[in-house]
Design a protein around this ligand. Sequence first.
Ligand code: PHE
Length: 348
Amino acid sequence: MSLQTRLTELRDQGLKDIQSAENSEMINDIRVKLLGKKGSITEVLRGMRELDKEERPKVGALANKIRDELSNAIVTRQNEIEAEKIAKKLEKEKIDVTLPGVPVKEGQAHVLAQIIDEIEKLFLGLGFQIIEGPEVEEDHYNFEMLNLPPDHPARDMQDTFYITDKTLMRTQTSPVQARTLEKHDFSKGPLKMISPGKVYRRDTDDATHSHQFHQVEGLVVGENISMADLKGTLELVAKTIFGEDRDIRLRPSYFPFTEPSAEVDVSCFKCGGKGCQVCKQSGWIEVLGAGMVHPNVLQMAGVDPDVYGGFAFGLGPDRFAMLKYGVDDIREFYLNDLRFLNQFSQKG
Ligand code: PHE
């Protein structure tokens, strides 16, 4: 067989093989088999030494042409294989952006946090500061600075978790009154603050008592502050939380740190004041304690009671929420049961 025939045969077979190669490895094998150091084409070229002088350039030209043809075919097929591979990968990884997404479960503020937020917003709007105090409190601030010396009988009203003789879990947010009064610089203007937070009492837990609950303390001290200011402020609180049509009334009461002191009732939001189960037929619901700051409290904090005076109040967000939403067991707020908590969606 002449070298020419051999070369043409190799080309025809080679082109067929290249065309049917399915992957890079197969292409590579073909390349080595044909064009590698020991490849068939290379071998033919080597055999040219034995040809006649006139024959040699012809066969050489043909061999070069065929070698180029084959290498081009190899590169082309190699590129096709690459392109097919990428196309397949793209097909497999295709994302359908029109598919509906996986819904994200959105949480919401706890019902008590919602009530506290509402109260904070109201008071920030009235120019009050929000000040927090420690939950592990000194007897000094929780009682003594609030006009409750060591053996004062009114201490009995607040069963206390003592940590040591002198430290306790605060039973009320009122100690923040004393702490803030001590620091306030009255030459810069009156003090207007609220203080939300947790308080603790050694009550046995039942439907209306929890060993831990919340209070929001309020305190305004300055010059010429009257009980009318207290009443106006509390009316605003009642209307904000319980609705525009609410009224409030003040009944005389006793707290050691206010004089006069008052229990504050709000007109029943359920019956509007006619009498129903919620208000126990009275038309009114007791919601908070308040009064004019006792001169002793001011004096102990270094504030001159002859120049400055003011009012204070303490309200319970837990009680507000129970009344507003008809919850009859305070412990529900602390059980973390989503079936209960999800009922207070802010999204309506
Ligand atoms: N600290 C009182 C309580 O827990 C409430 C109160 C606060 C009363 C401020 C008057 C003034 O019962």
